[in-house]
Design a protein around this ligand. Structure first.
Ligand SMILES: CC(C)(COP(=O)(O)OP(=O)(O)OC[C@H]1O[C@@H](n2cnc3c(N)ncnc32)[C@H](O)[C@@H]1OP(=O)(O)O)[C@@H](O)C(=O)NCCC(=O)NCCS
Length: 139
């Protein structure tokens, strides 16, 4: 689900930690956040997070982290679909930069219809990233 401001405020330290630990990325400004939670007596527990970002008019799917205990339950697929639903009324395409070895993520992107476009260098100036793109008819 799309996270509310209150949810983002409540979970920012843990979200930042998940991005840092699993993706070596920082929480940057301008991200729109999605998540899957468990509702427990103690409150909301994060199972998975993901984001989207607009760079100069182009929408990107940003990092997705599924906590290790919840992997293999298609939560990444769910978050890909939720983010595409959100984008469908706002644009007609989305891009993703993904590390070429990340076969689980690539399989999920291809299942959603994303197609390989080529490779680019990450903004760190070193890492090679594969570019995937999906285009649709706008709602
Ligand atoms: C990549 C990632 C998002 C996949 O999330 P997910 O919700 O587990 O995805 P899926 O349920 O589709 O599973 C993907 C594959 O990983 C396998 N898998 C990985 N870890 C698993 C675990 N702990 N338990 C069970 N299956 C696991 C699944 O079986 C599946 O393989 P298959 O398609 O051959 O059956 C998750 O592993 C993750 O957060 N990794 C670290 C961060 C990252 O790389 N993010 C993606 C880049 S943005």
């Amino acid at each position: 689900m799309l996270l509310s401001k209150e949810q983002i405020n409540r979970h920012t330290p843990e979200m930042a930690d998940l991005y840092r630990t699993h993706l070596e990325e920082e929480l940057v400004p301008g991200l729109i956040h999605f998540g899957v939670f468990d509702q427990t007596l103690a409150g909301e527990v994060i199972k998975a997070i993901a984001a989207i970002k607009n760079y100069g008019g182009q929408w990107f799917l940003w990092g997705c982290v599924v906590k290790p205990d919840y992997r293999g339950q298609e939560l990444q697929k769910q978050l890909v679909n939720e983010r595409l639903e959100y984008l469908k009324s706002r644009t007609d395409n989305a891009r993703v930069y993904i590390e070429p070895w990340n076969s689980a993520s690539i399989a999920n992107l291809q299942a959603a219809g994303f197609e390989y476009q080529g490779q680019t260098i990450h903004e760190d100036g070193e890492t090679i990233m594969s570019v995937y793109r999906l285009e649709w008819k706008r709602d």
